[in-house]
Ligand binder design. Structure first.
Ligand code: GNR
Ligand code: NI
Length: 179
């Protein structure tokens, strides 16, 4: 198992559209395990393969309080969504320290393949429903800041670029080569 680096907004690779997984094989199972390890290490409730620069339709999530209920969704398809919407505060591991309200369907039903390659359906509500929609957006290249006003999005972009420049300078000053 290994920790994977997470792409940071506004990296253009976050806007790539993921392709379906052709077969749930050893490579995909390793990706899933590394994504789960990375999600737990980052205290995230979900992670999409896009965020670790793998452009295939793989999502992991765990919205349990105990952080011991990993869910794996390979080739997820939205099969139903409630008309009722909810407005919750969202964050993203690719946009650290930014939180804002995003409208989402209150409930969704998704079909997917599990880590074992077997199909299943997930009926989600509450945080899990929000998280599934947030992760499925990542797979089509959409980051939650795209629901915000262009002004807010530009401010976030500027803030993120400034932060990454500062981090690079700090690393350079410690003799670490910039990536
Ligand atoms: O850790 C995360 N928390 C979160 C909170 C509210 C709505 C969505 C999320 S997903 C996010 C992890 C992440 O960036 N997944 O792509
Ligand atoms: Ni995210």
């Amino acid at each position: 198992m290994s920790l994977l680096p997470i792409l940071r907004y506004p990296d253009p690779r976050l806007h790539r559209v993921a392709l379906p997984v052709a077969a749930v094989d050893e490579r995909i199972r390793r990706l899933v395990d590394d994504m789960l390890e990375t999600m737990y290490a980052s205290d995230g409730v979900g992670l999409a393969a896009t965020q670790v620069d793998v452009h295939e339709r793989v999502i992991v999530l765990d919205t349990s309080d105990t952080r011991d209920r990993p869910r794996v969704l390979i080739n997820p398809q939205m099969i139903a969504s409630s008309d009722e919407m909810v407005l919750g505060d969202e964050g993203c591991l690719s946009v650290p320290q930014i939180y804002d309200k995003v409208p989402r369907h209150a409930r969704v039903t998704v079909s997917a393949l599990g880590r074992d390659g077997n199909p299943f359906e997930l009926e989600a509500e509450g945080l899990e429903s929000i998280c599934v929609q947030h992760e499925m957006d990542h797979l089509v290249g959409k980051v939650f800041v795209e629901y915000l006003s262009p002004l807010k999005r530009e401010r976030i972009k500027t803030k993120m670029l400034k932060k990454s420049r500062e981090e690079q300078q700090e690393q350079a000053s410690r003799g670490v080569r910039a990536l």
